[in-house]
Design a protein around this ligand. Structure first.
Ligand code: 4AD
Ligand code: MG
Length: 481
């Protein structure tokens, strides 16, 4: 018999209909009540077995984690917590699960433990909810851009360039490390390598995205990016997904407007399409917060926080204004910051970003016009201020609990300025002639930004570690599965 998804059955009203359900046993109580989940929804359906008429050997095989198929009429449930249940007439074990060995028991497991069994953690309610929200957010991103006529561009994963100029790249090679071919002066001879030159995994699709935007107008990328930065934090991955729109004829203001609109759209989409998951995650977070000292607990629950973000215009201010606020701030005066703000020019650490967002403004913040020295070569240079300080048309969007969620800028479209900046920052112009061509032929103002997708999922799910919002996280010393 064809099986029905539990999601559909839980909403069904046609009592008495004969149904088949296939799924995994969550719990089996009193030799009678099986809670079955098939992944179609967070909810389980209850199947009731008549233990008097069921073979004992079969009953013993109904264990947490086992895959089963049950058939019987869908009846009104007398039990609490569910409207319908299945009166089991036939039950088949599709795959046993030895209760002595199955690591997921019907009890609370720590997220750390579940990370070690990431291949099985999909079966928990938490990860069921997280990956369903991740899916909705991902779909929402495509929907948002499609509705606005953006072209989804697949930029390469393997590249020969360093888009961010930060040198945090994973090499891609087929050379035999034990016998690397050498040039006469002893250097590795990349001519012998697969691509005939050094290549790496991309850190960003932006530069290729710009090429496309300078013809198609508005484009976006959404794909995996890789960073070999040795940051073992709750917000960094070595492999993460990034959404990078790039728009011709956009200036920084337009760029900020689009980013704010996108973030609000996808958060609302998740609230609308995953209400049960977000409710579950809200409760999970509240439980987790109970273990924290009062002072560290957040003032808002997850759903309130998401609405709060939708209902408020993101605060926009310049880096220079932010530095003034930070310098005057209590944690700086009382030397509570790990990195004290010495003055204009220093890079902001996440403690500073979080102070601005969580304590000063208490809402998402867009910082603009950072010092040129701490930002990438492609950002548009401003005229020097009265004190001769150089800034670029950068924008970072900072979110509560997350810090930097978005990084972007208006691009330097003026050929001479761009080349000069590249030389000053030792970015090889020879390797980026193709990029410079956009500035040689029909250059135009344009802008773009990158959203760290996992950081977005982190915010919307209220999870606290980025390793828990991507199925198989890659971090220093960890590439399991
Ligand atoms: O600020 P980033 O480095 O900007 C770029 O890569 C630009 N090319 C984007 C653009 O203008 N098209 O990275 C963008 C975002 C960050 O704000 C952060 O959310 C996320 O990507 N990100 C990371 N997420 C997880 N793990 C990491 N190691 C990340 N590094 C950056
Ligand atoms: Mg950044």
């Amino acid at each position: 018999m064809k099986h029905t998804r539990i999601k559909d059955l839980l909403n069904a009203t046609e009592y008495g209909q004969q149904v088949t359900v296939k799924g995994w046993v969550k719990t089996f109580r009193n030799n009678q009540f099986i809670a079955i989940n098939d992944g179609s929804t967070l909810g389980n359906i209850q199947a009731v077995v008549d233990f008097n008429s069921t073979d004992e050997a079969l009953l013993k095989r109904i264990t947490t984690g086992a895959a089963i198929a049950v058939t019987g009429p869908l009846v009104e449930s007398l039990g609490k917590g569910q409207r319908v249940e299945i009166k089991v007439e036939t039950l088949e074990i599709l795959g046993d699960s030895d209760p002595e060995k199955f690591p997921l028991q019907p009890k609370k497991h720590s997220l750390e433990f579940l990370r070690e069994i990431a291949h099985l953690r999909f079966r928990t309610n938490t990860f069921n909810a997280v990956f369903r929200v991740r899916n909705a957010l991902s779909f929402a991103i495509h929907q948002f851009f499609f509705d606005r006529g953006f072209v989804y561009m697949h930029t390469p994963i393997i590249t020969g360039s360093d888009a961010e100029g930060a040198g945090e790249m994973f090499k891609v090679t087929t050379l035999d490390f034990d016998h690397t071919p050498r040039t006469p002066d002893g250097k590795i001879d990349y001519k012998e390598d697969f691509f005939g030159k050094p290549t790496n995994l991309t850190v960003s699709g932006q530069l290729e995205g710009e090429l496309a935007a300078m013809a198609l107008g508005n484009i976006y990328t959404f794909g995996p990016t890789f960073r070999a930065e040795n940051s073992n934090t709750t917000r960094h991955l070595a492999e993460f997904w990034m959404v990078e729109p790039e728009m011709a004829f956009y200036e920084l203001e337009d760029n900020m407007d689009l980013a704010e609109e996108l973030l609000k759209y996808v958060i609302r989409f998740a609230l609308d399409h995953c209400p049960d998951e977000i409710e579950f995650l809200k409760n999970r977070l509240s439980e987790e917060e109970k273990n924290k000292p009062q002072a560290e607990r957040s003032e808002m629950d997850l759903i309130t926080k998401l609405h709060f973000c939708l209902d408020n215009r993101f605060e926009r201010l310049t880096y220079t204004e932010a530095i003034e606020i930070l310098q005057r701030s209590k944690p700086n005066q009382k030397k509570q910051f790990k990195y004290l703000i010495e003055g204009w020019g220093s890079d902001l650490q996440s403690e500073h970003e979080r102070y601005l967002v969580e304590r000063h403004f208490k809402k998402p913040v867009i910082l603009t016009d950072y010092p040129a020295d701490i930002k990438a070569f492609y950002m548009r240079l401003n005229e020097p201020d009265e004190q001769g300080r150089l800034t670029v048309r950068a924008m970072d969007i900072l979110f509560p609990g997350i810090g930097e969620l978005v990084g972007g800028s208006q691009r330097e479209e003026r050929y001479d300025r761009l080349v000069q900046r590249m030389q000053e920052m030792s970015v090889p112009t020879e390797e980026l002639e193709w990029y410079l061509d956009t500035r040689r032929f029909g250059t135009a103002p344009h802008s773009g930004f990158g959203v760290g997708f996992e950081r977005l999922v982190l915010f919307v799910t209220g999870m606290t570690n980025i390793r828990d919002v991507i199925p198989f996280p890659r971090t220093p010393n960890n590439a399991e599965f």
